[in-house]
Design a protein around this ligand. Structure first.
Ligand SMILES: [Zn+2]
Length: 340
């Protein structure tokens, strides 16, 4: 290996593990992804130790020293501004208020670090794996909650003035429950999009539906925990069960309304849907159709195709394809852009 070879590392810090990758100057992935325990609950210094160990594994696997890493991209599962985490999330208390970006950089001998949140990192990763894509990209990822991120044409994440942009799960959704109330969100507010479109929302919806007299004989009313019911619901929907389809369809449509509003603001050109559904070949096609139903109902036609040239699609929808390492890859690419 030549001495002047440069590499850029991506460190995706999650609640339980850190996923790490290296890319070279050309943006090619070098070696394999390395995953280590994040130990975020043991304080940030414990995690730093894990990060150093991962960096050593990544570099030794391709036969270079750690000094070949010229820049690092790092993402954290919490709102942060300029290297400082502002909210607790699933981290130990000492993460909050500390400039973890600068402390880690110092510990690594001055290697420059770009730090962002996990939603932005995943969006950057989806951008990175679409090598020929040059427009914008809006990622929407329904999981336990509802995350997302926006990449501007050219490849930078839009983070806002304080790193607080793109909290897509907490924009307002105009839907009300049958009793006229707005559902409460995990953030404490009422009527957030995430309160309709997330695993948490799905569980609540299943519970409410199964309490209705007309659903008393539904096979899911078998006394099993609601967490388990939520996982079985997709199989029921795929087998044509009306209740399961209605629940997913409602969720998909409400997500479509939310995406229509976001597209009206950002006009990203490409909407990438992530989260667990991206892995469910077959079912995800149905789900995407429901999302598009909502999108087209609420958005104007010009957000679907050009009124002048019907061949020009103005908003394309795709499923995420970055997989497990998308966020790590995304921040590694950003580090390469910034520090090469
Ligand atoms: Zn909320």
């Amino acid at each position: 290996m030549a001495e002047n070879e440069k590499y850029f590392a991506g460190l995706d810090i999650g609640g339980t593990t850190v996923k790490t990758v290296l890319v070279d100057e050309m943006g090619e992935v070098a070696g394999e992804m390395v995953e280590v325990r994040s130990q975020v609950k043991d304080g940030y210094k414990a995690t730093f130790g894990q990060l150093e160990s991962a960096l050593d594994q990544l570099t030794s696997a391709i036969g270079v020293g750690r000094d070949a890493v010229r820049g690092i991209g790092m993402d954290v599962p919490a709102p942060s501004c300029d290297g400082v985490i502002w909210g607790l999330a699933n981290l130990a208390e000492d993460w909050v208020g500390t400039n973890v970006r600068d402390e880690l950089s110092e510990r690594l001998g001055g290697t420059p670090i770009y730090m962002t949140n996990d939603g932005n990192a995943a969006a950057l990763g989806e951008y990175a794996v679409r090598r020929k894509h040059i427009g914008g990209l809006l990622l929407i990822a329904p999981g336990t909650g509802l995350g997302g991120g926006l990449v501007l044409p050219g490849g930078r994440a839009y983070e806002g003035s304080n790193g607080l942009a793109l909290e897509v799960g907490h924009i307002s959704s105009p839907y009300h429950e049958d009793d006229g109330e707005l559902p409460q969100c995990s953030c404490g507010k009422y009527g957030c999009l995430e309160a309709w479109v997330s695993l948490v929302a799905l569980r609540r919806r299943i519970g409410l539906e199964l309490e209705k007299p007309e659903n008393a004989d539904h096979p899911l009313n078998d006394g099993s925990p609601v967490e388990e019911k939520a996982f079985r619901l997709r199989d029921f929907a795929q087998d044509g069960d009306e209740l399961a389809i209605a629940i997913f369809r409602q969720q998909g449509q409400i997500l479509g309304y939310g995406i229509a509003d976001l597209v009206r603001v950002f006009d990203p050109g490409l909407v990438v849907l992530g989260g667990g559904l991206a892995e469910s070949e077959g079912f995800r096609d149905d789900y995407l159709n429901w999302v598009k139903e909502g999108f087209e109902e609420r958005g104007w036609p010009m957000y679907s195709q050009s009124p002048i040239d019907p061949d020009k699609i103005t908003t394309r929808f795709e499923w995420a394809r970055g997989g497990d390492s998308a966020a790590a890859l995304g921040v590694a690419f950003s580090a390469r852009e910034m520090f090469r």
